[in-house]
Design a protein around this ligand. Structure first.
Ligand SMILES: *Cc1c(COP(=O)(O)O)cnc(C)c1O
Length: 339
């Protein structure tokens, strides 16, 4: 048995999910005739209190579409130095939209409204790129699954209004934040112009993300998705997995969070571990006292069929998920205690 804690993307569809997929009614989604995709889009739009939603194969494509919708070539997006759009989307911001990222040195992937104000280039100063968009990530992946303080997000909204900037949420793990914090999906919908949400992370779907947003800004989303190669045909089979996950896999995220907490507690007692970042959701980021031992530590894990991620710079990452069972959890904790 391999215990794979590299990411919450490693899950496989459950029996119930596969059944829902097999039974899906489908049509050609490029003609917008797939009833299951339409149902998923309507459901998510209603859930976040927005008029429009569009299904995408990946979160990357949903984010890249959002960047394109909010900007013109030469513009700049303000984001955290740890942002997924900056680190893990292959340079797509420049490749697809011809824009640059202004990186903020936040705290665990999160910054403040003050930081944003300082980073905005004056629009009449034509030597600098035009600031067009603010992007935040909740939960913040490289921040260790950290959750934003909603009051700060509101303050940033005000800054966006004052400076005529778009406001996009990378909500790949918004489900984890919704379970961990009191705010609702509609609260997020009221704040952001556009939001991407992933079905293939904690929710356990094989594929799928959805971009949700306001009517005016989403008008061109279908065209951008087509240009990026994301116009898919009888894709209701995949949307059915998403609908199933919304019914069955949201509330249970609390179990992943609980397990992550327990892993944090064990790790923080081990003498060869220097620091464990505060755990709020399903991600645990930690550092060994001696960075040089990272490779050796990962090898010991590997030899025992346990897999975790190396984030670089001495940071190691464990992510709990749907396929990480109680039995695996017991084994993993026992193993850690005995290293
Ligand atoms: C996973 C992830 C995405 C989307 O990734 P895809 O693999 O393209 O679906 C976007 N943002 C964050 C923070 C993520 O963790």
């Amino acid at each position: 048995m391999t215990i794979d804690l590299r990411s919450d993307t490693v899950t496989k569809p459950t029996k119930g999910m596969l059944e829902a997929m097999m039974n899906a009614k489908v049509g050609d989604d490029v003609y917008k005739e797939d009833p299951t995709v339409n149902k998923l889009e309507e459901r998510l739009a209603a859930m976040f209190g927005k008029p429009r939603a569009l299904f995408f194969p990946t979160g990357t494509m949903a984010n890249q579409t959002a960047l394109k919708l909010h900007t013109n070539p030469g513009d700049q997006v303000i984001c955290d130095s740890n942002a997924h759009i900056y680190h893990y989307e292959g340079g797509g911001a420049s490749f697809n939209s011809g824009i640059s990222c202004k990186l903020l040195q936040g705290e665990r992937g999160m910054f403040t409204a003050e930081h944003v104000i300082e980073a905005i280039n004056p629009p009449d100063f034509y030597h600098s790129p035009l600031t067009a968009l603010v992007e935040v990530e909740n939960t913040a992946n490289r921040g260790g699954g950290s959750c934003w303080d909603f009051e700060e997000l509101k303050k940033i909204r005000t800054v966006c209004n004052d400076h005529n900037l778009g406001y996009h949420l990378d909500g790949a793990r918004i489900w984890n934040a919704l379970v961990a914090k009191p705010e609702t999906a509609k609260d997020y919908g009221q704040l952001f112009d556009t939001m991407s949400v992933c079905l293939s992370k904690g929710l356990g779907c094989p594929v799928g993300s959805v971009l949700i947003g306001d009517e005016d800004i989403m008008q061109n989303a279908l065209r951008i998705r087509k240009i990026l190669g994301g116009g898919m045909r009888q894709v209701g089979y995949l949307a059915a997995a998403g609908l199933y996950a919304l019914d069955n896999h949201v509330v249970r995220l609390a179990e992943d969070h609980q397990k992550a907490k327990e892993i944090e507690q064990v790790l923080s007692r081990l003498e060869f571990i220097k620091k464990v970042e505060p755990v709020e959701t399903n991600i645990i980021i930690f550092e060994l006292t001696d960075k040089k031992n990272d490779t050796q530590f990962l090898k010991i894990m590997d030899d025992n069929n346990m897999r975790i991620s190396n984030m670089g710079n001495g940071k190691l990452r464990v992510v709990t998920h749907l396929d990480y069972t109680d039995d695996m959890h017991d084994k993993f904790l026992t193993f850690l205690k005995n290293i």
